[in-house]
Ligand binder design. Sequence first.
Ligand code: NAD
Length: 241
Amino acid sequence: TRLRPSNKRCAVIGGSGFLGRHLVEKLLDRGYSVSVFDIRQSYELSGVTFHQGDLCDKQALLPAMKDVSLVFHCASPAPACDDRRLFERVNIQGTRTVIQACIEAGVQKLVLTSSASVVFEGTDIKNGKEDLPYAKKPIDYYTETKIEQEKLVLEACDKEKGFLTVAIRPHGIFGPRDPQLVPILVDTARKGKMNDGTNLVDFTFVENVVHGHILAAERLRPDSPICGKPYHITNDEPIRF
Ligand code: NAD
């Protein structure tokens, strides 16, 4: 069954970011109308309404969720900023606020952008499945807060209340307008600080990550096995890097 047109209103929290903007563009292509919520506005696009604010502020979030049935949450402080307090405030407290705002606004589905690093213990993982446990010693504080964030969102899934959630776990997203991954790799290489090329790394093209988010959103229904579950999203095979 196709979604009714009135159900094709969605909000993208973090929609000004690298992944968020690609997601917004694809959603428009697929006939959705989109509200973007972000602390900054980085572009203009017809069919998109921008709401500028901090996701830790429920009153700021609510107008962006008005008449919206589906919310994507892909906002996070950049991993490189290394600011513990900020990660905790935005990824943990802020995600609680996002969930509360969704429930208050009558949103039916929440799709979280998590990270594959939530299961990474510092050693290579081959053919890792979603049943791997969360890392006991996350590699950094960003990842520690991504774990807590994912748990909050998946535990909030409640079929009785009609609030459904799912999480997508990408790793190493690349593609047009990538502000972080490739520039940081190039910079590291120029400084001669690359590792020995033996680490197993998974890189994913941004359009595949977007596709995974939209499929998850469209498959998320009360009778669906994906309710409250995380999904790794990857291109194909990881590579030695
Ligand atoms: P990005 O920095 O380009 O986008 C993040 C957006 O979130 C930015 O536009 C920023 O302004 C916004 N934001 C940050 N704090 C906010 C706040 N308090 N309130 C409202 N908006 C806020 O990063 P990205 O690479 O597009 O990452 C998107 C998501 O994907 C994040 O959740 C990240 O953890 C996840 N992720 C990214 C990668 C990657 O390789 N880029 C890998 C795994 C997971």
